[in-house]
Design a protein around this ligand. Structure first.
Ligand code: PLP
Length: 393
């Protein structure tokens, strides 16, 4: 397999017309849990589907090639992917994680620390001094989530990879928010990329899945072996759907981010909005870094509403095209209230430290027409601002 194919070609064409049995153009799904041996001690490559499966292997190869990695492990959720990487640590190891990471990641790392599986420090990764002090503790791994969920903070991957590398730490980047269509952290010095494939990679909100892509073959093999030991590998059906989603990853994300940019600009001018967090805006503190390391600004944004919790409630109850729901990266537009939804697992103090206020709303922008989405937001903002309009005449 050539390593120099354009990622768009890999996404669209991987596995196409490779079926030797019937010449199926679309790669077939292999649901079988077990595979016949050719003879005594003669495996045909796949023995048992927890260990390896042709449909899952195709997804792993596809994703590893798109991310520029040496190998990938496909697991049952994004959380399983993150846990798989950190499962290699020992009780005297230290992890440096962002203070504003996804709430589930925060919960996982705290739970592992509580059980003394390893130690964790959460830092503001845009604070040079805080990062320096954390690295002085010689961590085994540094986790970066860029752009972060939900505040869209951007971390310079190359710079933190250099600094972590000097301390002997491995760098793990959660690339869920952009997908390899817009950012390829392994090419910037990361050792692992983790994904919730639930999001942009599958893209149709019908699979919960995860992946780890490793820069080296040996790291990929260690993680694949452990995924088999603990039994977190993904089902072939989910892998089949995710492969199907990846075929349209690039055009989906391109269209979605164009609309997200227009929405961010629109919200920035709205009198009821006190702040917009979108790396494409010049006002965003991570704009220059995002321009340098991303090939687009993505389709996620968050914003803060004036008028407190009541305005937030009126807004989320008034949108018609945006659906009030967790998750992101699908073809449909979603709105979430991080403080009570995605980040409710973080205690109030941790949310305050991370800057996640009760006024913050997060948008995942889908494939609907830009004008319809902006009209939906404007209507909901008007209703949020003026509760009297909600009352029937
Ligand atoms: N990483 C990020 C950035 C996420 O947003 C999420 C889920 O929202 C996860 C990881 C966890 O993924 P999953 O829900 O597939 O376990």
């Amino acid at each position: 397999m050539s390593k120099s194919r354009d990622p768009r070609t890999i996404a669209a064409a991987n596995g196409v017309a490779t079926d030797s049995a019937f010449g199926a153009v679309t790669p077939p799904i292999h649901l079988s849990t077990t595979f016949a041996f050719d003879g005594f001690e003669r495996s045909r490559g796949h023995d048992y589907s927890r260990t390896s499966n042709p449909t899952r292997s195709l997804l792993a190869e596809t994703l590893a090639e798109i991310e520029g990695g040496a190998g990938a492990v496909i697991v049952s959720s994004g959380m399983a992917a993150i846990d798989l990487v950190f499962s290699q640590l020992r009780s005297d190891d230290l992890v440096v994680a962002p203070h504003d990471c996804y709430g589930g990641t925060h919960r996982l790392l705290c739970a592992r620390r509580e059980r003394q599986h390893f130690d964790v420090v959460f830092v503001d990764q845009n604070d040079e001094q805080a990062v320096g002090e954390a690295l002085d503790g010689y961590p085994a791994m540094v986790l970066v989530e860029t752009p972060s969920n939900p505040l869209m903070r951007v971390v310079d991957i190359r710079s933190i990879a250099d600094r972590a590398g000097k301390r002997g730490a491995k760098l793990v980047v959660d690339n869920t928010f952009l997908s390899p269509a817009l950012q390829r952290p392994l090419l910037l010095g990361a050792d692992y990329v983790v994904h919730s494939t639930t999001k942009y990679l599958n893209g149709h909100s019908d699979v919960v899945g995860g992946a780890v892509v490793a820069a080296t073959q040996s790291d990929a093999e260690v993680l694949a072996a452990w995924a088999n030991v603990v039994g977190v590998t993904a089902s072939p059906f989910d892998c089949y759907l995710t492969l199907r989603g990846i075929r349209t990853l690039f055009p989906r994300v391109a269209q979605q981010q164009e609309t997200a940019f227009a929405i961010a600009r629109h919200l920035e001018r709205h009198p009821l909005v006190s702040a917009v967090h979108y790396p494409g805006l010049r006002s965003h503190p991570g704009h220059e870094t995002a321009k340098k390391q991303q090939s687009g600004f993505g389709a996620m944004l968050s914003f803060e509403l004036k008028g407190g919790r009541d305005a937030v409630r009126r807004f989320v109850e008034s949108v018609r095209i945006f659906t009030l729901a967790e998750s992101l990266g699908g073809v449909e537009s979603l709105v979430a209230h991080p403080a009570t939804m995605t980040h409710a697992g973080m205690d109030a103090e941790a949310r305050r430290m991370a800057g996640i206020t009760d006024a913050l709303l997060r948008l995942s922008v889908g494939l609907e027409a830009e004008a319809d989405l902006i009209e939906d937001l404007d209507r909901a903002l008007a209703l949020a601002a003026e509760p009297a309009l909600e009352q029937p005449a």
